[in-house]
Design a binder for this molecule. Structure first.
Ligand SMILES: [Fe+2]
Ligand SMILES: [Fe+2]
Length: 288
């Protein structure tokens, strides 16, 4: 397995991650007007604003293609589901163990809420694995290339993406092709042709592709694509199949977003259910 980053760096990463999570769940509370979004963004804590400033400046088509070439062949590690979850728990911020949920607890809160609502078993499995690909952080990838809202690259950035003003520093905005509405894509070409800004969503979807149904893969791949699934941006790149599949992305979103207020899961109690669930869907080791 690849070497992981220092514990101190992991704690800082976890802190930024926590701030980002809180920002996102605050920003996307139901029923906000566009004006309220702007006010909320303007009042974001400096850490979150700084995070998006760097993210928007660096997520170019070239950057994404390089990361896809580096990670999508899945040659980083071989890990089972629990093993990946345990590994990801290195991201916990130890300075405040009472209020912070571990990564596994967030995953279990998400999957347990899905299970309680009677959704299919594959969706419960998707809930558990949806953030496992944040292990990217532990391989030394910077936060801005792991978490955060995602958006297409290789075409014009939508003003519906959070902090759109920060795209001014992205070199692609002056590119003769990438700066146009469709960029390198054809109208309604389908999102499978579209390169998304790099992060745990894309990577996680690729890792899980052989094991879960397509609806689940859509949930994983687009769960941070808020500009689209919350605000309808980029519909001109989607085809009818995407639109049908996005009903599942939208169904999944509240389980991810509002898991924080829920009770802490009792891992020992529910572990047998998850052992069985993972055996049903996944082999003992998965390529990462
Ligand atoms: Fe996520
Ligand atoms: Fe999540």
């Amino acid at each position: 397995m690849a070497a992981i980053i220092e514990p101190a760096a992991a704690a800082i990463a976890a802190k930024t991650e926590e701030q980002w999570d809180e920002f996102v769940s605050g920003r996307y509370r139901e029923g906000k007007s566009e004006e309220e979004f702007r006010v909320y963004d303007a009042q974001a804590n400096p850490g979150v604003a700084e995070f998006y400033r760097i993210n928007h400046a660096h997520q170019t088509l070239d950057f994404v293609l390089a990361k896809e070439a580096e990670f999508l062949p899945l040659k980083k590690a071989e890990m089972g589901i629990w093993e990946a979850a345990d590994f990801l728990n290195n991201l916990v911020d130890d300075s405040d163990p009472d209020t912070d949920l571990s990564q596994t607890e967030h995953l279990l809160q998400t999957s347990e809420a899905i299970r309680k609502d009677g959704h299919p078993r594959w969706m419960v499995a998707a809930g558990f694995v949806h953030d496992l690909a944040k292990v990217l952080c532990l391989w030394g990838e910077p936060q801005w290339a792991v978490v955060g809202d995602t958006f297409p690259v290789g075409c014009a950035f939508s003003s519906k993406v959070v902090f759109p003003e920060y795209f001014a520093a992205n070199p692609d905005v002056t590119h003769p092709v990438f700066s146009t509405k469709y960029g390198i894509y054809a109208p309604n070409c389908g999102l499978d042709k579209v390169h998304m800004s790099w992060g745990h969503d894309c990577y996680g979807a690729k890792v899980m592709e052989p094991y879960l149904p397509e609806e689940a893969i859509y949930m994983l791949r687009y769960h941070s694509f808020y500009a689209c699934h919350r605000e309808g941006a980029y519909s001109y790149l989607m085809n009818d199949h995407d639109r049908a599949m996005f009903e599942w992305v939208k169904k999944f979103n509240p389980y991810d977003l509002y898991s924080k207020g829920r009770a802490k899961p009792n891992i020992a109690e529910i572990k047998p259910y998850y052992d069985e669930l993972f055996t049903e869907f996944f082999p003992a080791k998965i390529a990462w």
